[in-house]
Design a protein. Structure first.
Length: 190
């Protein structure tokens, strides 16, 4: 009798355990995929906030530094590229957003040459808000990349990779900037 019970456990119990583990692994992969989506949504919201600040910032700077036209044009053009890149891959979006971050840094550096501009309340408010948004983008990027790491580890690790392959879970892309200098939030000096 004990050997038949052991046989029963092996024949019935093992497949049940494998099925339960498969359900657990699938649900964990779904959770990680949702966290990646949530993280990207957070980045997208912050990038949109930054994009919405740029026309006001350019307008204020233009009033004081009209002959800095090339910098103002570059920022405006890169903003337009960012707005149009919303549906692109994470890697492509990172490249465009990195270019915009560099251009914004140049724009803020231009302000250093104009004491009246630096003293303007609108400019200081916009500069402060931009710094806050850049910090929020950095926090959103960290959350997103952490979610991507969890997803990618689960997709690649054995035995969860078997479930991932079966249900077409794939690696997610990290949100990275091309230029290491772009990883810095624009400096603000008042």
């Amino acid at each position: 009798m004990p050997s038949s019970f052991l046989f029963f456990l092996l024949v019935i119990g093992m497949p049940v355990l494998v099925i339960l583990w498969g359900i657990f692994a699938y649900n964990r992969l779904v959770k990680y995929r949702q966290q990646v989506s949530e993280g990207w949504s957070g980045i997208d919201v912050q990038l949109k906030k930054r994009s919405n600040l740029i026309p006001n910032l350019v307008k204020v700077v233009k009033g004081y530094a009209a002959h800095e036209k090339s910098t103002l044009t570059e920022v405006t053009e890169l903003r337009a590229q960012c707005v149009s890149s919303v549906g692109n891959s994470v890697d492509q979006r990172g490249k465009v957003e990195g270019g915009l971050a560099s251009a914004l840094t140049k724009l803020l550096l231009v302000a250093e040459n104009y004491p009246d501009l630096k003293a303007d309340n609108n400019f200081r408010d916009l500069q402060s808000t931009l710094t806050e948004v850049e910090n929020d983008i950095e926090m959103a990027r960290r959350y997103y990349n952490g979610a991507v790491r969890l997803m990618n580890v689960s997709v690649e690790s054995f035995p969860s990779n078997l479930v991932a392959k079966q249900f077409h879970f794939t690696r997610a892309e990290y949100f990275q900037l091309e230029n290491p200098a772009d990883r810095q939030a624009p400096g603000v000096k008042l």
